[in-house]
Design a protein. Sequence first.
Length: 495
Amino acid sequence: MASDTASRYRIEPTVVQALRSPRLLTREVLAGLVTALALIPEAIAFTVVTGVDPRVGLFSSFVLAVVIAFTGGRPAMITAAAGSVALVVAPISREYGADYLIVTIALAGIIQVLLAVFGVARLMRFIPRSVMVGFVNALAILIFISQIPQLIDVPWAVYVLTAAGLGILILWPRITRAVPAPLVAIVVLTAVVVIFGIAVPNVADQGELPESFPALLIPNVPITWETLQIVAPAAFAAALVGLLESLMTAKLVDDITDTHSRKTRESWGLGVANIASAFFGGTGGCAMIGQTMINVKSAGGRTRISTFLSGVWVLVLVVILGDIVGQIPMAALVAVMILVSVMTFDWHSVTPSTLRRMPLSETVVMLVTVGITVWTHNLATGVIAGVITAMVLFARRVAHFTTVTRTADDEVARYRVDGELFFASSNDLTTQFDYASDPKRVVIDFSRSHVWDASTVATLDAIVTKYARHGVTVEFEGMNAATTAFHRRISDATG
């Protein structure tokens, strides 16, 4: 029992255990700090996309992280102002202003809460492993691509600093893991830049940092049907995109930590966090996959403490220590994100040996997920495309598993159906029977089959009708109880 407890403690310590252990608490505090440093430039960039003041994204990141630490279902996952949500709501902000943006994000949060109530998180079970692998690989590629602008048309010192940062990130864990390597890289490179006066792009160049704490914002928007028509489409899209990315990220962290999270709670927790963010910041968000990987894989965060402190550190760093944070070279953060992308990519999935053993359909699904995601820069779109592709290929594959065998004499023709019957496999079932030549009695054996949908029932009725035109009587035998009841109910309903 003691060993089992110790093993669980190593996998995912609780908040209480972390608070009682100086070592674990230190790790959580530093993990939150490292994650906050990586959050700041991205939050600023995403708010620029939205068309609002950079401080809005920073305040939203603070509110989202703090609220989700209490309401979310996945410990150690980082939620903040996100680019995917920013792209969806940007037209509202630019055309109608910040007040309408607040209403849009608040409504998106309400929709996410309602989706949680209706159990949408349970749909995660229908996402195939090949889609998850594609999701992870696309994520790694997008993280890497997002760093390329920071390496174009910059002083040569940026490349030196980035290479040095990567060296620290790779070598420091071999010395000690007590202090996260990303924090060491950021501190060392910042010190070098400040001491030697090296002129390179820094965090301050990304946008103005706030000098005050966030305040409650009440939108000045008329409560009318017209307002709802304006904000509802963007709110619904933002709710779906944010929820899907958060649930996929939660599942990814589950796999990394070998633990289970409560997806339904994560759904309504995200909704509550977005509602709070709307009234204290203005822009919405969801799980930040890159920062989550920094927190979980690079810094070793495992509890809600690191999530909570990532938000608190954002506020402390930008409001109180803004002058210092502004001097952090972007090269340091680029190095961290490049290593995160390398660590995130599932290299095993693309090795020649794996590709040879993997069914072609699984590889196609993974490539579609990666391709659509990288092309659209939208993880939600890529996942949906991957799931649809998987469904189509699965239906096509299963459709060929159904066979019909015929034996006959002068009095009766017997057909045996083998395989699962649904819309894809039953569409050509009517062509498997010899209507004109069969004797006056036909028996169809379903003891090795099962009827799954109304399309199949309609097909069976069509077979009976075709035989009736030739004066032939059809008998169904061997149907299991579920198939018999389903066939009788649907057949009666369709006449």
